[in-house]
Design a protein around this ligand. Structure first.
Ligand code: FES
Ligand SMILES: [Fe+2]
Length: 347
């Protein structure tokens, strides 16, 4: 071993370069990310309480893929691409509802059974080479973890259970069985989804961007650790009645799992193309009771502050002046891990 390779015991950690600005502005990257980051990974779709009864359905868009989730008369929840096999019409366009036992296309009225089979091609007329059995809806795999339903669009999916193991270890025997959706909120941000996720993955900005939150936590003890595909924030509250108390986690590629002192909030950071990000907040409370005002007020405040900074960062990335910077080994390990994962998936 040459002397050049010997590291002194007290060697400082390295500060790797950030991902280049092109990651956040090039629409061509988005087309690859849709497949490699989103379709090929588990994406949070809904909570079981969203589909409490047979025939309940819910439509959504996951990384540009319109999907529909429905509970059959047999009690089984199934997911499909929300794309009719005739000429690609939508089966349902509103957010959620109860159907009449069929998913019916809004374009020419083809009817599908809740297991996806085409039951009636309305007034199609005689056609020798058309067999309805060949035109079932395209299925999507789903898996459930603690009542949260995840969709896997791609053909090769990782293990959801393995991915969630670090959270299970923290949650231990926490009982979420009585939780129901108490409130949904959406915010549309003018930034690339990665700009928002990376902001979520570090507490370095808290003193400058979130003075209200900063006053509630012991900033010097703010820590972010990475365990596999999970990043865990620890920010001890100054007082025992603080809103932010409990587990504050992020799971690849795009959800936050935030355990408050009075419930749970799932935050999905959904890309809308490469230039916008929709935040879907799903508050889960015991029996679906109202979300405490203090929780909402703090959430609104923090979201407004994060919107303000991430939209301005995006504007600067778009401007073409900045190419790359450096990441702090003290504060930005989860940003490094995220960028490594995106690099591994997309190249
Ligand atoms: S596109 Fe669905 S019935 Fe024509
Ligand atoms: Fe923030």
């Amino acid at each position: 071993m040459s002397a050049d390779n010997v590291k002194p015991q007290d060697a400082k950690p390295l500060a790797p370069k950030t991902a280049p600005a092109s990651w956040y502005v090039d629409p061509a990257r988005w087309e690859i990310e849709r497949q490699k980051v989103f379709a090929d990974n588990w994406q949070f779709l809904a909570h079981e309480s969203d589909l409490a009864e047979p025939r309940a359905w819910r439509a959504d868009v996951l990384a540009g893929f319109p999907v529909i989730l429905v509970r059959g008369d047999d009690g089984v929840i199934r997911a499909f691409h929300n794309v009719c096999r005739h000429r690609a019409g939508p089966l349902n366009i509103e957010e959620s509802g109860i159907c009449d036992g069929y998913l019916t296309c809004k374009y020419h009225g083809w009817k599908y059974a809740l297991d996806g089979r085409l039951r009636a091609a309305r007034d199609f007329g005689p056609a020798a080479d058309f067999d309805p059995r060949d035109f079932s809806l395209f299925p999507i795999e789903i898996e459930t973890w603690r009542g949260l339903i995840f969709a896997g669009i791609g053909e090769t999916l990782p293990s959801l259970a393995e991915q969630m193991a670090p959270l299970d270890a923290r949650l231990d025997d926490a009982d979420w069985s009585s939780l129901k959706v108490g409130l949904r909120r959406q915010h549309l941000l003018k930034c690339n989804w990665k700009t928002y996720v990376e902001n979520y993955l570090e507490g370095y900005h808290v003193p400058d961007v979130h003075p209200g939150l900063d006053a509630e936590i012991i900033a010097a003890e703010y820590k972010v650790t990475v365990e596999g595909k999970v990043a865990l924030h620890t920010a001890p509250p100054k007082s025992s009645d603080a809103v932010y108390d409990g587990l504050w986690a992020w799971v690849w590629p795009n959800i936050g799992v935030n355990v408050y002192n009075k419930g749970l909030m799932i935050e999905r950071m959904s890309p809308v193309g490469h230039h916008a990000t929709q935040l879907d907040y799903i508050y889960l409370t015991p029996g679906g009771v109202e979300v405490p005002d203090a929780t909402l007020a703090m959430s609104d405040q923090v979201t407004a502050e994060d919107r303000w900074i991430t939209e301005r960062v995006q504007q600067n990335l778009n401007a073409g002046v900045y190419e790359t910077g450096r990441l702090s080994p003290k504060h930005e390990v989860a940003v490094m891990a995220f960028q490594d994962r995106v690099r591994a998936a997309v190249g």
